[in-house]
Design a protein around this ligand. Structure first.
Ligand SMILES: [Zn+2]
Length: 1013
């Protein structure tokens, strides 16, 4: 009884609060137009599908009526956010185009297609008169975005600001299981086009709202399939969304640096061409609305402080207004650190705009569910004074209410302060152009004599795709630089920067001059998009003592390092005076045929540089040329060729020349083959194997293979389980990382309940295709493990990295390799240095003594000459016992002749297997024959040099351990990577380690020196 009384009192209080909210919204200027009719039916449904009154606001608890503009109901058959309704992209686009047809205030633009050919759109909404002036406004915004066009004239900029109207760009559903945004944005578009509330009219008349309702279109259509399957099988377990986009899942929102995915390219190009002041990306994972724009530290170190203040301005306005409406669970700050620039929204942050992001609360579909939160979600904190309810019924409509209310508040605030944001847009652009004479650097310099012109050109093309201008020096030029610090003078954890940081001005005697050859590329920092180049090319340092202990994403990404390309940060502004010309069109590496020899000939040499265009050339010419590689370096007429260089015998000269030109490769005519050992490069049959547990990280591998034109079959662990003779089909099986432990790969998913299909059916037309199964639950199984091991024993090559390398070690595929567990190591998505151990291995072809690679707490390998580890004593270090003589003298036993001491065990490095001693060798059944012992190709750098970029703590645990191992197993090879060679389209420098394995799959023992015993 008491309880009932209390709840009655509570309800009365709530009513009062809601009543108060209405008057507040009127005061705040969100009043409706009293003369505009309301769509009663639609409005009633909004109320019905909203589970509590306080999960809605006066901005979205009604829908204005229009005599000629259709509401979302026209396509959905119900209101936006209705239970059980999840529209396909085609339906969302159909509605947007209906709006365009019915209202002169809406225009739909096609902005490109996805990997699977689906369309992406952007919908512009504003008054007719603004939409008519889009082009002239674009001309003005272009000048504000590039202040060089108005000679950095502030008065002229003020005039342009006065005349211009700003643009706010909203993007929805990049993360496919976060399903609410499309319907919210359909309804939002309707409101903006139709509603005559003074504040909405003002938005419509003052600015353009640009909307991409679905960013991940391939994933959206698959998600709707999965949801529809669930509706058709209400009492069964339904498939998780295994594939979102064609390649990756959640990581599609980590591509704003590498620009590997179509969705990123399309949004970036839309951003650069429209020049909006805001890019606002919608997500759903946190109750009920987390405006993570402001986030938490550490903030990205390359963005303009003007931007970080703008985050606060807009973010707090959002929280404050929704708090006044009485909507619980609206907050900012939280745990999201704003360090990595990889998120889609960061396209704006690194291009002088404003990045924004909401996490609202979704149910992963359109079911209405009772949701129980965890204490860390519902507890009150300093930044969450009105937290979400511990337990509440939650609907997709609630989610749509929150999303729309928050966006409308933001649009209203942005519109009212439009001139401020336009002026800030100009100021940020101007400060980007002024970078060389303020914070620096002056330029990033790409030396004209870089040994890897192919990777260099690819990195420069990425910068061009980011909107940066690239210049090329027409003569040699000289700049003053701070001398490289000696390793000893540096604290052990600081990055090995190639040039002086601007922050510590060089003393006179600390400087040296450096001359770059003609043909050197420069990315000048006196250009409007200098900030993205700075963010990508600079070094990152995340202190192990940073107060932020839950790191959100990668901590290091330095693109020159992970591309294996020389990039020099130059602070000397004299660099900008070097004679240079702007590169028009995409940067390409030099190509063509060099050297003479009669009538052209048919034998050519191509230098091995570990450039990625070499593998592309090899596979492109698989039918029209035969390839050999040299196992030792050679020289012809002054031209040096590295170990691993190609000798190409061509059958079709025109095709050869075209391929060289397209790929940017130079070939030298040879009169006769060099007198060094060679082996033939055959075309391997490659499979990439995936599990049905997780397909995200291996997606980056597939993407790189496709980009470089390396063909492969895509098979699952279930296919391997069924095939006892894999060698009949494949030479190389690649198992990408991200699949968990040995047990998970073997067992798959629990076999309880119903089969869970992933395949194309009438009900699910977007599933299957490139990967398909009747039941995702079974794993590799024991038979599959045996098939895989037999594949290697019979001569196949298995490639694993990170946890798929651990899988191979745990499964006994690499008897001499063991994994040491880490207790202190913290290498959170950073760049670490490796060193060459065995340059004669084909895996090392084209590489130099050091290579920077991506590492996320990679497995710490130990190698041994005894199966299962152990064996061999590590020598050295032993000090003599107490006795006669000096420390270097032998002790002498009294009363007998001095004994002859055995040779002390030799010094063994951390990455080496200790030689087995005579005493141990007796009846040692585990002794691995010399030709079956693990061969270490690369090792991690020494502790003092290990960190290149990012966060590293406890690095001594992994320092010097083997990083890349070729472990023979009978006739085959197991190749193990402690690093991840293919990561987010960013690690082009380590790709060739894998290309080398693939191209030399049947000659991996080349250059190998065997132990004597
Ligand atoms: Zn998300």
């Amino acid at each position: 009884m008491h309880l009932k009384k209390i709840s009655t009192v509570l309800c009365a209080t709530l009513l009062l609060i809601i009543g108060a909210a209405f008057s507040v919204h009127a005061q705040n200027g969100y009043a409706r137009d009293p003369n505009q009719a309301v769509d009663e039916d639609y409005t009633k449904k909004i109320g019905e599908y909203t589970t509590e009154k306080f999960f809605n606001s006066p901005l979205t608890d009604y829908l204005p009526a229009s005599p000629n503009v259709p509401t979302p109901k026209a396509v959905l058959g119900d209101v936006a956010g209705a239970p059980g309704k999840l529209p396909y992209s085609a339906d969302v686009y159909k509605y947007m185009r209906m709006l365009e047809k019915a209202s002169p205030r809406v225009k739909v633009f096609s902005i490109g297609t996805t990997e699977e050919g689906r369309e992406m759109i952007a919908v512009a909404i504003a008054s007719e008169s603004l939409l008519a002036k889009l082009d002239e406004n674009r001309t003005r915004l272009t000048k504000l975005a590039d202040p060089r066009l108005i000679n950095m004239n502030d008065a002229e900029a003020d005039k342009l600001v006065d005349e211009s109207f700003p643009i706010y760009y909203i993007t929805g559903t990049i993360h496919s299981p976060e399903t609410g945004a499309p319907t919210a944005l359909m309804e939002l578009a309707y409101r903006l086009a139709v509603d005559d509330s003074p504040y909405i009219k003002s938005i419509r008349d003052g600015m353009v709202t640009l909307i991409t309702p679905i960013v991940e279109v391939d994933g959206r259509d698959r998600m709707v399939d999965v949801y529809n399957w669930h509706l058709a099988h209400p009492n069964e377990n339904w498939p998780p969304l295994l594939y979102w986009g064609h390649y990756v899942a959640h990581d599609n929102n980590r591509d704003a640096m590498g620009l590997s995915l179509k969705l990123t390219q399309n949004v970036l190009n839309t951003y650069i061409s429209w020049k909006p002041q805001v890019l606002h990306d919608l997500h759903e994972s946190v109750p009920y609305l987390y405006d993570n724009t402001i986030g938490d530290g550490p903030y990205n170190a390359w963005v303009d402080p003007i931007l970080t203040d703008e985050w606060q301005l807009i973010g707090w306005k959002n929280v404050s207004e929704m708090t006044k409406f009485g909507m619980p669970g609206v907050f900012a700050h939280g745990t999201f650190d704003t360090w990595s620039p990889g998120y889609l929204m960061f396209i704006a942050a690194t291009h002088n705009g404003i990045s924004r992001l909401y996490e609202t609360f979704g149910n992963g579909g359109a079911d209405t569910l009772v949701r129980t939160l965890s204490p860390d979600e519902y507890q009150r904190t300093w930044y969450k004074q009105n937290p979400p309810l511990p337990r509440a019924k939650w609907s997709q409509r609630n989610n749509n209410n929150y999303e729309q209310t928050a966006i409308l508040i933001s649009l209203d605030y942005f519109n009212k302060n439009g001139k401020l944001f336009l002026k800030n847009f100009y100021l940020k652009s101007k400060r980007s152009v002024e970078k060389p004479k303020n914070e620096g650097p002056a330029a990033y310099v790409f030396p004209g004599d870089d040994p890897r012109p192919g990777n260099q050109a690819a990195l420069l093309r990425l910068l061009q795709a980011q909107g940066c201008e690239v210049h090329r020096a027409t003569t040699p030029f000289t700049v003053t630089m701070k001398k490289k610090p000696t390793p000893r003078a540096r604290p052990s954890s600081s990055p090995a920067a190639t040039a002086s940081p601007a922050a510590s001005p060089a003393k006179k005697d600390d400087t040296e001059s450096r001359t770059f050859p003609a043909g050197t590329y420069l990315v000048r920092m006196d250009q409007p998009y200098s900030r993205i180049a700075d963010a990508l090319l600079d070094y990152q340092y995340w202190s192990p003592r940073d107060p932020q202990t839950s790191v959100y994403d990668d901590t290091g990404w330095t693109f020159g390092e992970v591309s294996n390309v020389q990039v020099v940060r130059v602070t000397d502004v004299k660099a900008l005076d070097a004679p240079m010309e702007k590169v028009n069109g995409a940067v390409v590496s030099p190509s063509g045929i060099k050297g003479g020899g009669g009538d052209g000939g048919t034998l050519y040499a191509i230098n091995q540089t570990a450039d990625n265009n070499l593998v592309s050339l090899r596979f492109r010419l698989k039918n029209s040329a035969s390839f050999e590689v040299v196992e030792e370096p050679f020289e012809v007429a002054g031209q040096k060729f590295n170990r691993g260089s190609f000798l190409v015998r061509i059958r079709d000269g025109r095709e050869f020349e075209k391929a060289l030109a397209d790929l940017g490769v130079t070939a030298w005519i040879l009169v006769e083959p060099p007198k060094v050992k060679t082996h033939a490069l055959k075309i391997p049959r490659i499979a990439i194997m995936h599990t049905w547990l997780n397909t995200q990280d291996e997606g980056w591998w597939r993407l790189a293979f496709d980009q470089m034109g390396v063909p492969f079959d895509y098979i699952s662990t279930q296919d391997v389980a069924k095939d006892p003779d894999l060698n009949k089909k494949y030479d190389v099986i690649v198992f990408g990382p991200g699949n968990g432990n040995l047990n998970g790969v073997i067992q798959g998913r629990p076999m309880y309940g119903n089969p869970i299909p992933w395949k194309k059916t009438e009900l699910t037309p977007n599933l299957g295709g490139f990967a398909s199964t009747d039941d995702i639950r079974p794993g590799l199984g024991w038979a599959g493990l045996m098939n895989l091991q037999n594949f290697v024993r019979r001569g196949g090559v298995f490639i694993g990295a990170d946890d798929s390398a651990s899988f191979a070690v745990q499964a006994g595929f690499a008897p001499g390799v063991s994994i040491q567990s880490a207790s202190r190591l913290k290498a959170i998505g950073d760049i670490l240095k490796t060193r060459m151990v065995d340059a004669a291995s084909p895996i090392a072809y084209g590489y130099s003594d050091t290579l920077s690679v991506y590492c996320f707490n990679g497995p710490i390998f130990n190698v041994s000459n005894v199966a299962g580890g152990g064996g061999g004593r590590r020598g050295g270090g032993g000090q003599r016992a107490t006795g006669r003589g000096t420390v270097d003298d032998p002790d002498v036993v009294q009363g007998r002749p001095p004994a002859e001491l055995p040779e002390p065990p030799p010094q063994v490095e951390v990455w080496e297997a200790a030689p087995v001693q005579e005493e141990q060798r007796r009846n040692l059944v585990g002794l691995i024959p010399p030709d079956q012992r693990p061969r270490v190709i690369l090792r991690w750098g020494n502790a003092s040099e290990l960190l290149v970029s990012g966060l590293l703590d406890g690095g001594d645990e992994i320092a010097q351990h083997a990083a890349v191992i070729d472990s023979p197993l009978d006739r085959g090879h197991v190749i193990l990577f402690s690093n991840n060679p293919f990561w987010r389209g960013q690690t082009a420098g380590s790709y060739s380690l894998v290309w080398n394995v693939i191209m030399n799959f049947d000659n991996l023992n080349a250059g190998r020196k065997l132990d004597e015993k």
